[in-house]
Structures are given as structure tokens and as C-alpha cells.
Design a protein around this ligand. Sequence first.
Ligand code: B12
Length: 316
Amino acid sequence: MISTFGIKRSLSPRELARAIGASESSVKRWIDAGRLPARRTSGGHRRIELMPALRFLRETGRGLDNASLLGLSSVSEQEVDDPGRLAERVFRLLCAGNGEELSRVLLTALVTRAMEPAALFDGPLRSAMARIGRHWEEGHQSIYIEHRATQILLRVMDQIDALCEPPSDELVAVGGSIDGDQSALPTRMAAAVLASEGIHSVNLGTDTPATAFLEAAEQIRPQLVWISVSYVSDVARQSEDLTRVVEQLAERGISSILGGREVHRLRIPVESKAHLGRNMQELAAVAHQLRTAAEDSFGETTRQRLRPAASDRELQ
Ligand code: B12
């Protein structure tokens, strides 16, 4: 089991009530009205997953009065409230190789400040890595800092995955980085963003051949395939291969989304109907649409277990 520094991933109504300063009966009422996503244990007790609970708090403007009850206490909230300050802190901790402190800071940002994983990735993490890349280019630091920073963030991603893991696999996504592309972080981030939106994600990792996306889709039968493009080695061939992939996925009724630093170099015809995402927040928006559509077709039972959709927010 991956350590998440004692942060509870799943809560009883009483635990959530105490952490937010509400009554247990209010929490149960929100669950029963379908406003707060929860599941039942085999013994019939309600359990609330941490990430959907945090989203509910943010969407309803409620605060987390007693974060220590969720296992967090040692990082001050001011540190993670200001995105500029957070990016600076992330950069310094990465340069110093202090993975343990970085995990604490980032998990606190996600949990006590209810920051969306996608916003954390697009903001502080992306900018800290870009700064590390620039520093190296300008000859200020050794290349080992860049390699170590990537490894540290990959370990932090394990912890974020443990927090975000969805309770069910009714919706599944498969994805990875394209062939020749060694970038491990973007595809890991995409998988975590989808998981935080309740979509079980299967990351095929770096350097994934075009045919492997199709084989995986055939076997796993996902609703969505994400393709991360941070490095294009052969524009003509890869444009052709990936156009074929998204077209064949579309024929099977599977949506696809491409994104990444070098995706603009690929020539994928608009008619292929693949989504194009500039960042993780756009990926989250596509995942949200997919969920809303699935909730409509799954019906009421599933809705109870999923996060509040627009219609639930209107109840407030
Ligand atoms: C770490 C790193 C590496 C590591 C990667 C280690 C690993 N296993 O992941 C290593 C050492 C392997 C590496 C190699 C190379 N690198 Co490098 N690398 C970086 C660095 C410092 C960080 C990259 C990173 O992880 N960023 C964090 C991610 C999350 O940010 P991101 O990629 O921008 O992703 C965001 C969006 O693009 C989007 N997104 C990404 N994927 C997807 C997918 C979907 C579906 C969606 C919707 C969105 C989306 O959301 C993300 C979050 O906001 C960057 C600096 C920088 N500016 O990023 C240079 C950088 C990318 N590298 C660069 C270069 C030149 C290279 C090499 C070509 C060097 C060489 N000559 O060999 C090779 C290419 C290797 C290859 N074949 O892939 C250049 C690219 C220049 C350019 N083309 O514009 C950069 C910008 C450095 C620089 N300033 O020159 N690199």
C-alpha cells in the first residue's frame, strides 16, 4: 500500500461531518438526496471517497474546519493558497531533491485546499519543470537535477494516484505517450486527472506504438483513449499512424483525446473527430462530459455513486 502520509481516502459520514463542522445527519441527507456521492459497504454503511467529498465541499462553498481529522496537520495552509508561492516551493524542493517534503506539500494542496489535480499539474508542477529545463539550458545546474526531479514527481504521482483511484471501473480510459516519446510525467498526469474524475485509467506509459493503442482498446474496451505527444520523431509517419488510430477508435464508438507539447506538429484531419486538449484542465472537462453522458444512460443507481453533476448543483 502506497503511503499517503496518513490521509484517509474514504470516510464515514461521521468522519466527514466532524472534519467540516456539520452534523452527521446533514451529511447523510446530502448523500441520500444524491448531492454527495457515496457508496454502501457490504454491511450497508455509507462510505464517501475523499476526492468527490472535497469536490462537493468546493462546489457548495463549504470549508474543511478540521483537516487534522483527515490525517493532515504539518503544512501551513498559507503555503499552498498562493499558486505563485506554491510553484516556487515546488521548484526549490525539486532542485534540492526533497521528495518527502514535496509530497507533503502537494498532498496538502490537493486535500486541505481542495485543489483539483488538473490545476496542480497545469500550474505549479508544469511551471516548476519548465523552470528546471530552462535552468539546465542556461548552464545553471547539472542535468542530474532534471532527471532526479522527474523521478521525484513520478513517486509523488504514485501517492496522488492512491488518493484519486475511483471506487468503480464503470468508465475506463486507456492511454500513453506516442512511440519515440520518453516523457513519463504527462501521461501519468493524464491518468491521474481521469481517475480524479471517476474514470478508471490504464496508463500504457512512454513510447507506445500506434498499434498498441488499438490492441489495448480492443481488449480493454475503454470509453476514452488519451494520447500524449511531447516529442514527435517523424511527423509524416506518426501523423498517418495516429490518424488511423483515432479513426479506428471512432468506428468502434471510442472517443479519443490528443494533447501535449508537440501535438501541434501532427497533421490529424479535423474530420477524425479526435478531441484536442491544450492541458490537463481541458482533459478534465472532456472526462466530465463523458461522465455526465454516462450518468444519464446509467440511470439513478449509478448517479448515487458518482460526483454531483450540474443537475445536482441546482438543488443547493
Ligand atoms: C524532464 C525533461 C526531459 C526528460 C523526460 C524524462 C521522463 N522520463 O519523463 C528527458 C531527459 C528524457 C528529456 C529528453 C528530451 N528532451 Co526534455 N525536457 C524535460 C523538461 C525539463 C520537463 C518535461 C516535463 O515533464 N514537463 C512537465 C509536463 C507535465 O509538462 P508538459 O509536457 O508541458 O505537459 C503539459 C501539456 O503539454 C499538457 N499535456 C501533456 N500531455 C497531454 C495529453 C493530453 C491528452 C492532454 C489533453 C494534455 C496534455 O498538459 C501538461 C500539464 O499542463 C522539459 C522542460 C519543459 N519546458 O517542460 C524539457 C524539454 C521538453 N525537453 C526538450 C528536449 C529538446 C528534449 C530532447 C529532444 C533532448 C535531446 N536532444 O535528446 C529529448 C527528447 C526525448 C524523447 N525522445 O522524448 C525541450 C523541448 C524543446 C522543444 N521541442 O520545444 C524542453 C522544452 C527543454 C528545453 N527548454 O529545451 N527531457
